[in-house]
Ligand binder design. Structure first.
Ligand code: GSH
Length: 203
C-alpha cells in the first residue's frame, strides 16, 4: 500500500490532496517536522534530506512534493483526468510545477513567515515587503494565463492546477491580497473549494 509521511500542516498536504483526488487507499504517517522525528536514522534512510513529505509506493521511495504529485498523477491519474492527455499537456504540467517552486514558493513563504508565523520579535518587515513585491511579476503571469481559460492545461482541473494551487493556498494565511489578479483569484477559489482539498485538510 502507498505510504505517505508528513503532517497535514506541511508540504505533505500537496500529495495528501492529490491522493484524495485520486481516491486511492494509502497509509498516512503524520510525521511532524517540528520535533526530532525527521532526525531518526530510519526516516533518514528514506529521505536523506530529513524533510517531509516522503512517499513509498512498492519499491519506489520518492521525496519532493511536486515530484511525488507528478508521479502519482502519471501513474494513477489517467482515468481521473488529473494527468494531461497529451505530451504537450504533460510538458505544461511540468512547466507550472517547476514555475511555482522557483518563482513563487520561497517569496510567498517568506511573506507568510515574516508577516504571521514567526514570533513578532523575529519578524523582518522589510524582508516581507521585498518578497511581497517580488511576487507581483509571477502573480501577473498566472493571472494572464488564466484570463481566457478556467484551468492551466486542457481546460479541466489537473495535477498542474493542484500543484500551483497548493502553493498559492498560502496567500490567505499570509494575507496577500489578490484583488489585482481577478482571474487568478477566481481560479484559486475553484481549486480550493474542491471536496478532495477539504478532505485532505482534515487528514
Ligand atoms: N522542496 C521540498 C521541501 C520540503 C520541506 O521543506 N518540508 C518541511 C516541512 S513543510 C520540512 O520537512 N522541514 C523540516 C526541516 O527542514 O528540518 C518539498 O517540496 O517536498
Amino acid at each position: 500500500m502507498i505510504k505517505l509521511y508528513g503532517i497535514t500542516q506541511s508540504r505533505a498536504f500537496r500529495p495528501l490532496w492529490l491522493l484524495k483526488e485520486l481516491d486511492l487507499p494509502f497509509e498516512h504517517v503524520p510525521l511532524d517536522f517540528h520535533g526530532d522525528a525527521l532526525k531518526q536514522t530510519e526516516y533518514r534512510t528514506l529521505n536523506p534530506n530529513g524533510r517531509v513529505p516522503t512517499l513509498v509506493d512498492g519499491n519506489l521511495v520518492l521525496w519532493e512534493s511536486m515530484a511525488i504529485n507528478l508521479y502519482l498523477a502519471r501513474r494513477y491519474g489517467a482515468d481521473t483526468g488529473l494527468w494531461p492527455d497529451s505530451v504537450e499537456g504533460e510538458a505544461l504540467a511540468w512547466q507550472w510545477s517547476f514555475w511555482v517552486m522557483t518563482e513563487v514558493e520561497h517569496a510567498l513563504l517568506t511573506v507568510l513567515m515574516h508577516g504571521r508565523v514567526l514570533p513578532e520579535t523575529k519578524r523582518d518587515a522589510d524582508k516581507a515587503k521585498r518578497n511581497l513585491n517580488a511576487l507581483t511579476k509571477p502573480f501577473r503571469v498566472l493571472d494572464q494565463a488564466l484570463a481566457e481559460r478556467e484551468y492551466l492545461v486542457d481546460d479541466r482541473f489537473c495535477v498542474a492546477d493542484l500543484n500551483v494551487a497548493s502553493v498559492f493556498v498560502w496567500c490567505k494565511p499570509a494575507r496577500v491580497s489578490l484583488k489585482d489578479y481577478p482571474h487568478l483569484a477566481a481560479w484559486l477559489e475553484r481549486c480550493l473549494t474542491r471536496p478532495a482539498r477539504k478532505q485532505a485538510q482534515r487528514a
